[in-house]
Design a protein around this ligand. Sequence first.
Ligand SMILES: C[S@@+](CC[C@H](N)C(=O)[O-])C[C@H]1O[C@@H](n2cnc3c(N)ncnc32)[C@H](O)[C@@H]1O
Length: 190
Amino acid sequence: MPLLNQEIIATDYTDKNRLELEKWLKKMPGAFDWSPVVKYVCQLEGSRDKWAEKEERLRRTVRQVLKCDILKERPLEPAVLPPADCLISLLCLEAACPTLGACRAALRHLRTLLQPRGHLVLSGGFETTFYMVGDKRFSALPLEEKFLLEALQETGFTIEKLEKAQQPAEGSDDRSDYTGMFFLVARRRD
Ligand SMILES: C[S@@+](CC[C@H](N)C(=O)[O-])C[C@H]1O[C@@H](n2cnc3c(N)ncnc32)[C@H](O)[C@@H]1O
């Protein structure tokens, strides 16, 4: 993945999630084992035997773990960073935003973290009202495709690629009620 040659700043809202990331980066006891995921990615890339090397490279490339709140105008404050060339956000918008207005504002806030023409890689679920993590239930903001695409346009992004996947079969995933997933690449428009 080209990103691995560059610098990655990992971010999350909760202290616990950031601590888990730090534990994995520093190979601390009890750290989550991400190796099955790394192996799977390497397999997709046709180099499954190189997974350990890739995992090490990924650890070295993550330079900071910062608090992020996308509901704030400056999501990373008090940290001040140079604008990024790529920002990746997966399953976060619908988890973080209480309303559609807040979601539109969050996209505007994320845009400020990118350099002009910088890439936004965004993924999430459509029309999700809840998701489970273990036995904990979290509520989510139902996003519709029309809203999402219009909100990206309105907040200064150009969508370059959009892929969608349906929920395999109704009721087959009881960990969430999303109707489908979206995977998109957009660019900051200036
Ligand atoms: C469903 S999880 C997704 C986590 C991870 N990106 C993934 O794909 O597995 C939602 C994430 O949104 C984060 N989150 C919640 N509120 C947030 C906020 N205001 N700003 C940024 N992230 C937030 C949570 O801490 C959590 O990590």
